[in-house]
Design a protein around this ligand. Structure first.
Ligand code: NDP
Length: 322
């Protein structure tokens, strides 16, 4: 079968489309024929070497597809089930062997492509808005990169929970998408001072929570956007890591809270995985949560897809089709 692997870290050119043996299921595993693999920013961190892994590595932490084989002791899925998963490396491939514990059977009305588009970014937006800082009516949140994969979903879930949403984006076209996803206000952080804008839009009060996936270029100013005792949820670093940080700043800026959360710790048990995925996939089935999947690339063009994501050319979800 074909897969996209890296043999050494580097730029998009290190992604190699090559022949590898088809996986066989071990005990507790199922083999999934991948209909679509999700591209996520974390794939860039692994490819570039910011995150370490054993090499060669088949990239990709998310896919949707059909179960074609199960190993011994698998009770969670059966051959023929339409499933999606995240958190297991190896999705940039025609087939993937996945611990059955990590598989979610898709509800009727949700396609495998939608599943591939929803699992990682959807459950991330879910835990940020529902667990890290459970938004409620009366809250205002700041969502950076609001037209991105996580961003568009986070705007929608924040609105469902009754919060006021201020989004940041780099272009007018992205601003339109963020507004369509429910953002009440959108700031072009590439041309406007987002700290001054947030203060103006909140009459100087600041926001209860900043959801920051951009990191280096937004983190410090984001802290200044928070109301006293507000929460900075730094969940990514698309522009680079923030460097060292002095906690005394949290005191100076108003007894702030800082967290650096990860999806892994929010779907650690099967029970929590099924609960979170069930809610996200249910919203998609019911039309309450809209996925934007305009960007699809053949798997063999994974390098082009990485260039587009890193070049800020994409919006919503990017899928790779084997
Ligand atoms: P996005 O679709 O959001 O793509 C990244 C976006 O970041 C770009 O489109 C761009 O939007 C913005 N950006 C700002 N500065 C830069 C820069 N210098 N280079 C590239 N992009 C920049 O990606 P994802 O939705 O896949 O992921 C978003 C972030 O969330 C990533 O940092 C990822 O690691 C993180 N993440 C964290 C998780 C967790 O649990 N901790 C789980 C999932 C994702 P614009 O042009 O509008 O500025």
């Amino acid at each position: 079968m074909k897969a996209v692997r890296i043999h050494a870290p580097g730029g998009p050119e290190v992604l190699k489309y090559e022949d590898v043996p088809e996986p066989q299921p071990k005990a507790g595993e199922a083999v999934v024929k991948v209909d679509a693999a999700g591209l996520n920013y974390i794939d860039v961190y692994y490819r570039s070497g910011q995150y370490k892994a054993e090499l060669p590595m088949t990239l990709g932490l998310e896919a949707g597809g059909t179960v074609t084989a199960v190993g011994p002791n698998v009770t969670e899925v059966r051959v023929g089930d339409k499933v999606a998963y995240t958190g297991v490396a190896g999705a940039y491939a025609q087939y993937a062997a996945v611990p059955a514990q990590r598989l979610v059977v898709l509800p009727a009305g949700v396609s495998t492509r939608q599943g591939a588009a929803a699992m990682l970014q959807g459950m991330t937006a879910h835990y940020l808005a529902c667990s890290t800082y459970p938004l409620k009516r009366g809250d205002t949140c700041l969502v950076h990169a609001a037209a991105g994969g996580v961003g568009l979903l986070l705007c929608q879930i924040a609105k469902m929970r009754g919060a006021r949403v201020i989004g940041t984006v780099s272009t007018e076209a992205k601003a339109k998408l963020a507004r369509e996803a429910g953002a009440d206000e959108v700031i072009l952080y590439t041309t406007q001072d987002f700290e001054a804008e947030v203060k103006r839009l909140t009459s100087g009060r600041g926001v209860q929570v900043v959801y920051d996936s951009v990191g280096k270029t937004t983190f410090e100013k984001g802290l200044s956007c928070l109301a006293p005792r507000g929460l900075m949820a730094l969940y990514g670093q698309s522009s680079g890591p923030i460097g060292t940080f002095d906690p005394q700043v949290l005191n100076q800026k108003g007894s702030l809270f800082l967290t650096r959360p990860s999806l892994v710790h929010h779907v650690a048990t099967r029970e929590e995985l099924l609960q979170r995925a069930g809610e996200v996939l249910g919203w998609i089935r019911d039309g309450k949560l809209r996925l934007r999947t305009e960007f699809e690339f053949p798997l063999k063009d994974a390098a082009e897809a990485h260039r587009a994501l890193e070049g800020r050319k994409t919006t919503g979800k990017v899928l790779l089709i084997p």
